[in-house]
Design a protein around this ligand. Structure first.
Ligand code: GRF
Length: 219
């Protein structure tokens, strides 16, 4: 068996994506271990999840630091001490400095609750509703210096229904997040990701050729 991939997971809130990663690791479906969870918010429920599973966790409040780089330097220290190889942003509400990005080239990934490049940034479920798109979804991507602009690894699509609120849409998307984030990490752990500029190829991934229509075509 290949060595376990060592993960560092950065959170700011509920940590349901963190939980989905923990669950797959514990089920033996993901050849990885989480060596460090860092939250910039001491109230984040994700910290309790880490604690319940015996995962080392650290609170670093960005307000305690002079500037972004000092904060990132301390995160880098914690992650490096823990031997982290892949940094997983799971609802982490801070922008990373170029200094931090350079420390983990092609080794930082993020999950975003929209089909990028549509709707980067925040409050994106409401933006999808306001725009009237028929499908939204989620994206796992490498992190670069932009906001939600990095190369795409995997996406899942969900329909948007007439009666949706931002919350019902977010819930539908989140269910898919919990599937694709562990999958993306598995690709990484198994060495199946080939990055070519902004295009990412996944080795042996098969293909999806079914077209989706929402609303469906008349029969
Ligand atoms: C998710 O919707 C994720 O896509 C976004 O922040 C949310 C985090 O949720 N980046 P959780 O903390 O993993 O439950």
């Amino acid at each position: 068996m290949a060595d376990l991939l060592t993960l560092g997971v950065l959170i700011s809130g509920s940590g349901s994506n963190l939980q989905s990663i923990i669950d797959q690791i514990e089920r033996g479906a993901l050849n990885a271990r989480i060596a460090s969870v860092i939250s910039n918010n001491s109230e984040a429920y994700g910290l309790t999840r880490a604690q319940k599973h015996g995962i080392p966790h650290t609170v670093l409040n960005h307000q305690d630091f002079e500037n972004r780089e000092d904060f990132d330097r301390e995160m880098l220290r914690v992650l490096t001490d823990a031997g982290v190889e892949l940094v997983v942003l799971a609802g982490f509400m801070r922008i990373l400095s170029p200094f931090f990005l350079r420390a983990f080239p092609d080794r930082i990934i993020n999950i975003h609750p929209a089909l990028l490049p549509a709707f980067p940034g925040t409050h994106v479920q409401q933006k999808a509703l306001d725009y009237g798109v028929r499908f939204s979804g989620c994206t796992v991507h490498f992190v670069d210096e932009g906001v939600d602009t990095g190369p795409i690894i995997i996406q899942a699509v969900v329909p948007v229904f007439a009666g949706d609120t931002a919350q019902t849409l977010a819930d539908r998307i989140l269910k898919e997040e919990h599937k694709i984030y562990p999958q993306a990490i598995r690709y990484f752990a198994d060495g199946r990701i080939v990055k070519n500029g902004r295009r990412v190829e996944i080795r042996d991934a098969g293909s999806q050729d079914a077209a989706l229509c929402n609303p469906p075509l008349d029969r």
